[in-house]
Design a protein around this ligand. Structure first.
Ligand code: GLC
Length: 605
């Protein structure tokens, strides 16, 4: 799968464990319970509506796992509506819903059979409209997932396409003859291309005696983006949802829209001994060079962005945003995803370069955060650290001892840096990756194909942990995936009234991000850049006090001198905005003491 290019899921060591370190939320109003703190005001002015996404807090919901309202063990739209006050209290500006369209659910919604409806498991279009309206009342936008690379094989277009070679929908998909095909022999697949989900990307269709291409599951045939009718069909679908008031889209698997028309084989990735790297499915790892990030994606994005921009905002004022699933090789490639100034593409392509460093390495964090700060022109970074395709934060950044402290550190980088911030449901309470322990329990098909090296993505999709009761408050019925045992202590109910909880830390950070001018629109500059233990930076907005942030990336105490380099900071006094407990307030920027994975955020006086 493409995320394996950046994230070798299968070689991750899942260091599980929890340390519930206490947190002190310091002076400055940020230590009050959420209902007593000043709520971020939602400016109705045209400018703030236009720019809402530039400092947005976006929350990813996997609808199947968030809240079940009808007792079938599967989350649904009405369940999300029930939980909107929680999201408002947390301070989110938008929720991104992974696909909830009608689907055979082979890839749990990413195999869409009807783009203009809601899967009955999740509700109805009426429920959807109610969700958008109720979210709107709370100034929360709803962002849909748009899957344009492929459909379900049960989509009408594909059923037509496979019905005969002469069908008008035939060239909506990628059909090719086999190599060496005869009247009686199907021949070999057209080339060596593989599915991200294991084995050949070509599936023989005996009815019309050709192969079709699928970068993902066999049941997810790839659309042919050289066909203008496919473009028109998606513009129509996008318009359908924009007219219903959605705040934008997250474009799925967008870098896979085009393939090499010559159908040349992909290269085989070799290890340092010169031998082919074998992936979790037992196949040689290919270099993705002929099926990913081909130039054709840019004109398509320019076309889709221009289309989205034409939608005025009578129902829900404000810019409709395009977020990209953009696993790019480097910052230059990510920068291209924003498009040229006169032909914009994504508002917010995901910065997976930062997200999946998967190691608390100060130098790498500093370099990549500086990259996205300095190399994308006037565009806005979209930082994230987690999603429904990767083991959760505990498994990628935790050490099994200080996981909660480490999650606070990651959250601090996420919310105290400039730009939009995206996080995954359950991260705010510290939900743990909980993969199945037996192959027969696996729901995500890649976990069956790849078992035991690849256990699939069930471990990061377990039900949201609302309370410590039956099924964690997610459902009255047996949930579609088991609730992790850790739900007994890691849950919203337990954390919401505890000022030292991870949830309280998230709320405080989000409130700072939304209310402190240095965070809402200040520049972002790295400080103390020779330090390989502590990541420190400065946020500065004209006319407002500057703010320093220091995050200890190690398990040992550290002391930093934030006047050491950068931005002309003198030995000024600092006023604490937020800090981990135990640390005394620093007297000056010269000596800021941090405990293990300690964090300090202070206003420079
Ligand atoms: C994206 C989704 C992933 C899905 C795949 C195929 O990577 O995030 O969950 O399986 O696309 O649609």
């Amino acid at each position: 799968m493409h995320w394996t290019k950046c994230i070798p899921r299968t070689i991750l060591s899942c260091a599980l464990g929890l340390f519930s370190g206490a947190v002190a939320l310091a002076a400055g109003g940020q230590n009050l319970p959420a209902h007593q703190t000043p709520q971020p005001s939602h400016e109705a002015s045209a400018a703030s509506e236009r720019n809402w996404w530039k400092n947005a807090v976006i929350y990813e919901i996997y609808p199947r796992s968030f809240q079940d309202s009808n007792g079938d063990g599967i989350g649904d739209l009405n369940g999300i509506t029930q939980r909107l006050d929680y999201l408002k209290d947390l301070g989110v500006d938008a929720i991104w819903l992974t696909p909830c369209y009608p689907s055979p659910q082979v890839d749990f919604g990413y195999d869409i059979s009807d783009y203009k409806n809601i899967d009955p498991r999740y509700g109805t279009l009426k429920d959807f409209d109610r969700l958008v309206a109720e979210a709107g009342k709370r100034h929360i936008r709803v962002i849909m997932d748009m899957v344009m690379n492929h459909t379900s094989d049960k989509h009408e277009w594909f059923m037509q396409s496979r019905s005969s070679r002469g069908n008008p929908y035939r060239d909506w998909y990628m059909w090719h003859d086999g190599k060496g095909e005869t009247a009686t022999d199907k021949g070999a697949p057209p080339n060596n291309w593989q599915s991200y989900f294991g084995h050949s990307a070509w599936q023989w269709d005996s009815g019309t005696r050709q192969y079709y291409y699928h970068k993902f599951y066999i049941q997810q045939p790839d659309l042919n983006w050289d066909n203008p009718k496919v473009h028109e069909a998606f513009k129509d679908i996008i318009g359908f949802w924009l007219k219903r008031g959605v705040g934008g889209f997250r474009f799925d698997a967008i870098t896979n829209l085009f393939e090499d028309p010559k159908l040349a084989d992909e290269g085989i990735v070799k290890n340092k001994n010169g031998n082919p790297v074998i992936n979790a499915y037992g196949d040689p790892q290919l270099d993705d060079s002929k099926t990913n990030n081909l130039p054709g994606v840019h004109p398509v994005m320019q076309e889709m962005r221009a289309h989205v921009d034409t939608f005025s905002s009578d129902k829900f004022p404000g810019t409709r945003v395009l977020i990209g699933e953009t696993y790019m090789e480097n910052i230059a490639e990510l920068a291209r995803m924003y498009g040229p100034a006169d032909k914009p593409e994504f508002h917010l392509p995901m910065d997976t370069q930062v997200a999946f460093i998967n190691k608390l390495d100060v130098a790498v964090f500093r370099a990549r955060l500086t990259g996205v700060e300095t190399q994308i022109g006037d565009n806005t970074p979209l930082l994230l650290f987690d999603n429904h395709d990767n083991p959760r934060l505990d498994a990628r950044y935790g050490d099994g001892v200080h996981d909660t402290d480490i999650q606070r550190a990651i959250a601090t980088v996420l919310f105290a840096s400039r730009g939009a911030a995206l996080f995954y449901y359950g991260d705010e309470i510290g939900m743990k990756t909980t993969p199945p322990t037996r192959k027969e329990d696996v729901k995500d098909p890649i976990g069956v194909t790849g078992w035991p090296r690849e256990k699939g993505r069930d471990g990061e999709r377990t039900p949201m942990q609302w309370d410590g009761g039956a099924n964690a408050g997610f459902s009255k019925a047996t949930p579609w995936l088991p609730v992790p045992p850790s739900a007994a202590t890691i849950n919203v109910e337990a954390e919401k009234s505890d000022p030292n909880s991870l949830l309280a830390w998230y709320r405080s950070l989000i409130r700072l991000k939304k209310t402190n001018p240095a965070f809402t629109h200040g520049e972002n500059t790295m400080l103390d850049t020779g330090n390989m233990k502590v990541l420190s930076w400065l946020r500065q907005a004209a006319g407002a006090p500057a703010v320093v942030v220091a995050v200890n990336f190690t398990a040992e105490p550290q002391t930093v001198n934030l006047t050491a380099s950068g931005a002309g900071l003198q030995a000024a006094h600092v006023k604490t905005l937020l800090k981990t407990p135990g640390a005394a307030d620093p007297v000056s920027l010269h000596r800021v003491a941090l405990g293990p994975y300690g964090i300090y955020i202070g206003e420079v006086r």
